[in-house]
Design a protein around this ligand. Structure first.
Ligand code: SF4
Length: 368
């Protein structure tokens, strides 16, 4: 079917680093195997086919690595045995596409890049100096075969969401947010407006949100986020960099009172956001914008305008905390180091609905 396809400029720039990748995506999360691919493996009369059949676990939720450890199809040379022997078409659907992501909204399709891949995160970071910060999309009419994402059929609401997102991204990227205080004020206004509109749509009495500090979050809220399942002992194996930062956080803040912790954190953030070798606020504004660009149309299914803002608030604040901790530990903030942090974080939270839900709940409990 012919449709309008909008593609992020970052999407076009991606190609997999293969064996040169410093942070392979074949471990640390579950790799689902779709029915069609499993069928292909069954029909294949070769060692590779047999190896793939033996590697698949489960009947309804078929997985290559149910314990989220290294994918059994990954060879010691760092390359996938399926791809090497039979080409890309032999990979499970999820591996063929990753880290490219798409959403078919019915009247148009959007394609973006998932930053849980370290190279995708590098491409994203390298686009920071471009006039639109790499958030531009090119539009074309083309054939699209993949199914609809979701079931809603409310073109008027979709049009409202499209305009709303455009307006929010323009507001974030117009250069008017110069300091953490500006960003905090902007975020409060945004969350409040989204919540009021959401209440109107759901035909309940409209209420705004409580005024909490939105950037950076307070030490108490960050502490709640860190105390969810975000941090677990098994991170030591699956995401050692993230694990080290979590340990560092607890070591620095565990014994402090709320007042002492807040003071210490504020000083660390102030240094990190303003020093020459730190990261400027605008980088977090841009990350917030990119998170919204990728997730905003999920609202087409759940009508939760506030939820998208809450998710992006979690992402931007936890990333700020992790990068600040890394800087304090003396880790150089090169593009590769930052990309590694972003991809590890996204793998842990963006693609882990239980962790994300628990973290967003901490924010919702304070906002509404
Ligand atoms: S993380 Fe990205 S660059 Fe690395 S192997 Fe996976 S898709 Fe390729």
């Amino acid at each position: 079917m012919k449709t309008t396809i909008r593609t992020s400029v970052l999407y076009d720039r991606f190609s997999c680093l293969g064996a040169d990748c410093p942070q392979n995506c074949c471990y640390g999360w579950k790799i689902p195997v779709d029915e069609e691919s499993e069928e292909k493996y069954r029909r294949e009369r070769s060692i590779t086919g047999l190896r793939a059949c033996l590697a698949v676990h489960g009947r309804e939720n078929r997985l290559f690595n149910r314990l989220t450890l290294r994918c059994p199809m990954l060879d010691p040379d760092g390359l996938c045995a399926l791809q090497k022997k039979r080409g890309e078409g032999f990979l499970p659907a999820v591996c063929r596409v990753y880290p490219r992501e798409w959403a078919n909204l019915g009247t148009f399709v959007e394609r973006t890049l998932d930053l849980s891949c370290i190279h995708a995160a590098e491409i994203y970071l390298e686009a920071a100096s471009e006039p639109d910060g790499g958030l531009a999309m090119r539009e074309e009419t083309g054939l699209w075969e993949e199914p609809r994402s979701g079931t809603n059929d409310d073109p008027e609401f979709l049009e409202e969401l499209t305009g709303r997102r455009e307006e929010i991204l323009a507001g974030l990227m117009d250069g008017g947010i110069a300091t953490a205080e500006d960003f905090d004020t902007y975020l409060y206004g945004l969350a409040d407006a989204q919540k009021r509109r959401q209440d109107e749509i759901l035909r309940v009495e409209a209420h705004g949100v409580n005024r909490i500090r939105m950037f950076p979050f307070s030490v108490m809220l960050l502490n709640e986020l860190m105390s969810t399942s975000f941090y677990e002992d098994h991170l030591r194996l699956r995401a050692p960099g993230l694990y080290r930062m979590c340990r560092r956080y607890y070591k620095m803040f565990d014994r402090l009172s709320e007042i002492e912790g807040q003071k210490k954190l504020d000083a660390m953030f102030a240094r990190f956001l303003t020093e020459e070798d730190g990261i400027p606020v605008q980088d977090y504004v841009r990350y917030f914008a990119y998170c919204l660009q990728r997730t905003f149309f999920a609202t087409y299914e759940d009508y939760s305008l506030l939820r998208r803002v809450e998710e992006a608030l979690v992402h931007v604040n936890v990333l700020l905390l992790l990068e600040t901790l890394a800087r304090e530990a003396g880790v150089p903030m090169t593009v590769r180091e930052r990309a590694s942090m972003i991809s590890a974080y996204e793998k842990r939270v963006f693609h882990n609905s239980d962790v994300l839900r628990a973290m967003v709940k901490c924010v919702t409990d304070r906002l509404v």
